[in-house]
Design a protein around this ligand. Sequence first.
Ligand code: GLU
Length: 480
Amino acid sequence: MRLRFAPSPTGYLHVGGARTALFNWLLARRGGGTFVLRIEDTDRDRSRPEHVEAILSGLAWLGIDWDEGPYFQAACVERHRADALRLLADGRAYRDFTPREEFERARDAVVAAGGGAVTRLSRELATRVPPAEQERRAVAGDPFAVRFLVPDGETSWRDLVHGDTRFANAEIDDFVILRSDGTPTYNLAVVSDDADTAITHVLRGDDHISNTPKQILLYEALGHPVPAFGHLPMILGPDGKRLSKRHGARAVDAFEAEGVLPDAMANFLALLGWSPGTDEELMSRDELIERFSLERVLKKGSVFDPSKLFWMNGQYIARMAPEELTAALREALGRDGIATDDIALDEEAFARMAAALAPRSRTFTEMARLSRPYIGPIRDYDPKATRKNWYRDPAATAGVLSAVRDRLAATQWEPNALETQLRALAGEPGVGAGKVFQPLRVALTGVAASPGIFDVLLILGRKRSVARVERALDEIAARS
Ligand code: GLU
């Protein structure tokens, strides 16, 4: 199998493109095939080198590697042109000198006269110019487009996803293959390139279905073997409409920046339009390669649900090895401008914090944010947390917190001793667990939600824990 991904560098690598790339890659890797990358940069006005860069780096981030390329379509324009001229020479295409306005006038006249097919109108107009005159005008340098002469009949293929698919040729315009400025059109360029790289399977978004009959006709006319085609179902937004910017459908590198892991992203993308046939969701890259098959590509569109991506990412985070976890957290902190030197925790405390935050974090960006009160000072106390946990009864809270402070200062600093001390305090008459642990949590972290309180104490260490309780006591005294 020879497969390809052929993005146009007119934008960044978005979710749909990444999904197409992934499915091609999985199929190539599964069957020992070859995966070719081709950049379709013939749209000079809209193609940008920075988009090429972003597409390449997005693929690299996702772990999608290619065996050949990247080929650049714009570098092959001479071959495209030669193919178009060969079709012209073989009588499979014709010259069209009709000016655009004249064509539009004729078309409007047909429509005004009650409709009727206009798909052969360009042919009718073009063939009014006798062959000898066509020759003469071409030699004289008159501009003309080259149109493909669509044969009668029907064009069909067994789509790898949708099954038997057919189009009546009468509905297909004699499409332009070479514009009057000499530039080849999209359908011709794609066929010329796919044939040149001996692509056997074309797997792409189903927005290309209507191009497929034209491309098949071109393969046949050029005498190339026709590859197999498969069209992947649309990706939909939560409202059931085609996924677009409106849905916050971002480029893949935005998810990277948010701390999504490449394996989680690949896993999530694989399930956008494919199912393993069971309700399993978490699958490693190797499992995906082993299990992916076109038979299980769904025909109907699948909904892009970012909350599912973030859930999945959380599952990947929760399964990471300690060293991977700390490295990824340091990286995410680095993106926030926080270097290792700025972190007030030693290796061990940092690792304990990362492990404690992992089950509470859906991304490393979120983990970095949650780690703020541990790696540095508390900047602000969450007012809702203090209102609820300190200021309902400031005197009682201060009493409990000073008892906590004394015990923290005196106890042995290890989990069992800490737990015994604090649980004993919580067990005293009139105190209760809620009255100890929540005010203490706010004192230690500034917020009402955190990992287990004993973990928090061990992360911060005795000195910083005691100092934070004292600062809380000062705050409460100042407000009372
Ligand atoms: N360049 C086209 C696109 O980005 C893909 C062409 C193809 O896969 O045949 O939509």
